[in-house]
Structures are given as C-alpha cells and as structure tokens.
Design a protein around this ligand. Structure first.
Ligand code: SF4
Length: 460
C-alpha cells in the first residue's frame, strides 16, 4: 500500500506524522509524495488557526473526486475539533483521534484489530517507533495534551488532558538517536515544562493535584486566575539533566514552555547543562492583565517580565522568542498598547504574532464576541512586527564579531553557501564546502533582523 502524508501545523504534528510513517512502514507500506498515486492519504490536521483548516477544505474537492474515481482512502487525524469532525464526517473514510493511531493498520486492513488489555492513555501512541524525516535532527515527544484551557485554544479539546511518557522510554529513544549520529534532539510537548514522569512516586502526587486544578470554562463561572502555579513539577529539569548526562556530541532543544510552569529547578538546570541550547520559547500572548485573565492565562504581566529577567540573568547569551495574539475579543487600543510595551521592554529575538480567530467550541468562541475588526487586527499585527524587526536587528547586530557553533541544515550549490541554525536558534549562512548534518564553528560578520552571515573559523 502506498501512502501520502498531508501534515499541517506545529512540530508536534510533524512528529506525529513521523510516528504514523514508522507504524505504516512496519506494516509494509511505502510513502510517496505524489498524491495522485497514493492508495491512502493520512491528513494530520491543525485546529489552532482557521487558516490551517482552510488548507484542508481547499483540497477536499480534489480528494472527493479521487475517492470516487479510483478508491482513494482518506484518514483524518491530528488536532481535530469536535465541530470539524462533524462537518468532515462524510468527506473522510476514517476520522480518528491521535491517541488512537495505533488502530490505523487494522482500519486499513493491514492487521487484525488488537483488543486493548489496559486503558489507553493520551500518551501511549508516543511509544510507536518514528521514521524521522531528517538523518540528524529529531523530534522526541515527551508529553502531549494540556490541562490549562486557555479560552482561545483548541488543544485541550483536540488532544485531551496532559499525559507524559515514562522517562525510561524517552531516554532509550534519545540514546538510540545519539547512537545513530543524530546531532539535535528537540523535546516536544504542548507544555514541556509540565512534564511529569509517571515512573516516580513524587510525580504521582503532583499529577493528582494538577488533575484537581484542571478547570473548564463554564458560563457564569468567574474566570479563575493565578499569578503562578504552586504545583510546578520539577520532573522536566530532572529529565533534561539525565539527557544532558548522556555521552555524545549533540544539542538538546525543547518546545513549548508555559510561563506558569517554569520551576526554579529548571532555571538552575538550563545554564548548567552544556548540551542544552541557549534558546527559550516562552509565549506571553498579551501584555494586559485583564486580557490575560479573559484568556485564562495563569500569569500576569509583571510575573512574565520578572521571569524574563531571571532567565536572562541566570543564563547569559540566551535568546528568547514568544507567541502573541492580537485582537482578542474586547481588546481595546489601550490594552493593545500594553502588548506593544511588553514587546519593547523584553526586546524579543523572534515572535510569532497571530491575529485572533475564534475556534469553534472553545470558551472564547462561545462566550466572547469577536469584536475587533479584521482590518484593526492586521494593523496591530503590523505594529508588533515593526517592533520585532527593530529589537531582533539590535540583538543580531550585537553578535557581529562573535563566534558561534552552527548545525548545518542545507547547502546551496549555486551560491556555495551552507545554511543552518546557531545554538541560539538563529538562521545563519556561510560559504564553504557542503557540511549538511555537521557542526561548524562560524564567526558572525553580518546581521539583519531575520538572520546572520558569517565565515568559518575557530571559536575563541
Ligand atoms: S497552555 Fe493554553 S495555549 Fe498552550 S496548549 Fe494549553 S490551552 Fe493551549
């Protein structure tokens, strides 16, 4: 059976695609990139933004024709909101939750349906072997799902509650990757710093207390808001220390973190572990406390700014990126100005700025009016992009004349240039012989807002 993968969305979806590929190939299937020749297409969808779903709707007519004409089979998985499941029920042969992807071979007639001998958890499918797209960079999911119910977010509804993988399983996967020559391991999860190792007794207690703190938006229930959680798990810091201690020359990255779950242990661990790259992605979403409260974020503006100061003072040279939403329901011009102020105060290296779009079934879509006009959302996004351009350029210019280690990802034969990422997750180009998949020491000679250029040299 020939299968195609149509993956949209975040790194977690890409990683799920690699696991689905591993599963199907272990049943004799082979992947092809030409959709017209595929027997089955697995669509890994994203419900976080309407734009992502629009890409799927844009393909439906062509897929419908192929289903009728040549019996193409279509499977939908990934992040699918209940409302989209209903709308798409007739357009796919199978729609299954990502936690159920192990059933795929049986659904496609490649194996007999296994009877589950124990309850399936949201994280069980993560034990499937991955077929990594890259021979030197790998995503390793450590947890999935989320208990935070930010009012705009689809994840708790599409992926379910937080569930973490046992640390022994993660360590053994990382060891295999290092043994196979992998140079960059990215630990993935919706909230990696909420990782709770199911194998330790201390985790069991925290897990219970976090499950109790799970909260779902109900009409007439006042929004709850904490400045920081009291039950910050320490297990992510311990996991990082264990992976850092494995022999080999490799980098550790991690995505995504929630400000409320940054423990003191994590802050102490990051600068101590040489293999952890100096890059922290920490979404703040909005700069105004009332908007944060309506988003059900559990951090206030001052808490976030203090945290950034702590990170920068304990971890010299770290670069920081963030996620921001503009035009959240009810966001006034004055409230938006506070977001601009956070952007200017922090001076991010990178920011992923999104215009708010209501996701069907989420609390903000049900209870708040999407009342900021599209034109105004776009205007606010442009303003933030201008701030980002300025701060990113300033930060990059400070790097000119310094040296950095780079993992080379691509080579352009025409220009004779390597392109890759610095340890601090900045894109850099430098001339020389092709070094794809290798580390290079590069001296930075030029900077723009969105990247660096350099020449190969020795790190002093
Ligand atoms: S923390 Fe909020 S934004 Fe992040 S995955 Fe959970 S609900 Fe979504």
């Amino acid at each position: 059976m020939k299968y195609g993968l149509f993956t949209i969305g975040c790194q977690m979806n890409q990683s799920d695609g690699e696991r689905i590929a591993g599963l199907l190939e272990s049943h004799g299937c082979s992947r092809i990139s030409d959709e017209a020749a595929a027997d089955v297409i697995i669509v890994i969808s994203c419900s976080v933004r309407q734009k992502a779903m629009d890409r799927i709707f844009g393909k439906l007519n062509a897929w419908d024709k192929a289903r009728k004409k040549r019996g193409l089979r279509l499977v939908l998985t990934g992040c699918v909101l209940p409302a989209d499941r209903k709308r798409l029920a007739n357009r796919f042969d199978h729609i299954l939750s990502v936690r159920d992807v192990k059933k795929l071979p049986a659904l496609l007639g490649l194996a007999r349906q296994q009877t589950a001998t124990r309850a399936i958890t949201n994280a069980d499918y993560l034990e499937l072997p991955s077929l990594h797209e890259s021979p030197f960079q790998a995503f390793v999911p450590i947890m999935t799902g989320c208990n935070n119910y930010c009012t705009y977010c689809a994840v708790p509804y599409t992926r379910g509650e937080e569930a973490s993988r046992p640390s022994s399983e993660i360590i053994s996967e990382v060891k295999q990757l290092i043994h196979g020559g992998y140079k960059e391991i990215t630990l993935l999860g919706q909230n990696v710093n909420a990782y709770i190792d199911p194998e330790t007794a201390q985790s069991a207690e925290i897990l219970q207390s976090r499950a109790r703190s799970t909260w779902q938006f109900k009409k007439n229930q006042p929004l709850q808001w904490r400045t920081a959680t009291t039950n910050v798990p320490k297990d992510f810091a311990v996991l990082l220390q264990r992976i850092n201690g494995l022999p080999g020359d490799f980098w550790i990255r991690f995505l995504t973190s929630n400000p409320q779950d940054v423990s003191d242990e994590l802050l102490a661990t990051l600068p101590r572990c040489q293999k952890i790259t100096r890059y922290f992605h920490l979404p703040f979403q909005a700069g105004d406390d009332e908007i944060l409260r309506r988003m059900n974020r559990r951090h206030a503006r001052t808490y976030y700014l203090d945290l950034i100061n702590k990170i920068r003072s304990s971890w010299p040279g770290v670069t920081i990126s963030t996620d921001v939403i503009v035009g959240f329901p009810g966001e006034t011009a004055a409230q938006f100005k506070k977001t601009v102020d956070v952007m200017e105060t922090v001076g991010f290296d990178m920011a992923y700025i999104a215009e708010y779009s209501p996701r069907p079934g989420t609390a903000s879509a049900r209870f708040f009016k999407d009342d900021v006009p599209k034109k105004e959302k776009t205007r606010r996004k442009t303003i933030l992009n201008e701030v980002l351009k300025k701060t990113a350029l300033e930060r990059n210019q400070q790097l000119v004349g310094t040296a950095t280690r780079v993992l080379v990802e691509r080579y352009n034969k025409r220009t004779g240039e390597n392109a890759g990422k610095t340890e601090t997750f900045k894109t850099i180009h430098f001339p020389g012989i092709a070094m794809i998949g290798q580390f290079a020491d590069v001296e930075i000679t030029e900077a723009t807002a969105w990247g660096l250029r350099g020449i190969q040299g020795k790190i002093k």
